[in-house]
Design a protein around this ligand. Sequence first.
Ligand code: DX5
Ligand code: ZN
Length: 217
Amino acid sequence: MEPIISPSILSADFANLERDITKLKEAGARWVHVDVMDGHFVPNITIGAPVVKSLRKITDLTLDVHLMISDPKKYVSDFIHAGSDIITFHLEAQSDLTLDIIKEIKTAKKLAGLSIKPKTPASAIEKYIPYLDLVLIMTVEPGFGGQKFIHECVQKIADIKEYARIYKKDNLYIQVDGGINNKTSKICTKLGANSLVAGSYIFNSDNIKLAIQSLCK
Ligand code: DX5
Ligand code: ZN
């Protein structure tokens, strides 16, 4: 099965998001990855729920929202109401509230994702697997596009795949984000990733369609 590619608009032109999302759709993308950063959980600030709401009006692509924020509990309802389809937040943000937040997302009939940073082991997420639709393994320190893929993280893909088998979660999305290109994509899919986020590789290419296709091979 081909992985689902989720192009990250972090590398798009923020003054031309509609144009860039239309390009992604024409290139065959089904998901769009939206990186939300609060300048606190990560050392960068991007966009919030009002932008997701505007994007919802101009696209029917799956809005795959990645919250890199310190207080997901406080803001998750804003992202639900803005029209996100998938909401992924970080285990490292408010670990005592993780299950509450997952349940809030599920009650709203959205897909719930949980992400781990490069230094967090896969075992930290195991107990949440039965409740999740998606696990996002970061292969760079979250905060910026265009960083180098951290190879030491890849074993976690196989670990999560094994958890999915143990907990009979056949439909779990195992997503990888950070430093994905036409080489690192192969390493990830071989180990069991079925969704790949890519920002700079896609948007810096001359041909977005070919770039997306090259991640599926
Ligand atoms: C980084 C973000 C990524 C980013 C990936 O914190 O979560 O989604 O856009 O960018 P590339 O693909 O350039 O590594
Ligand atoms: Zn991301």
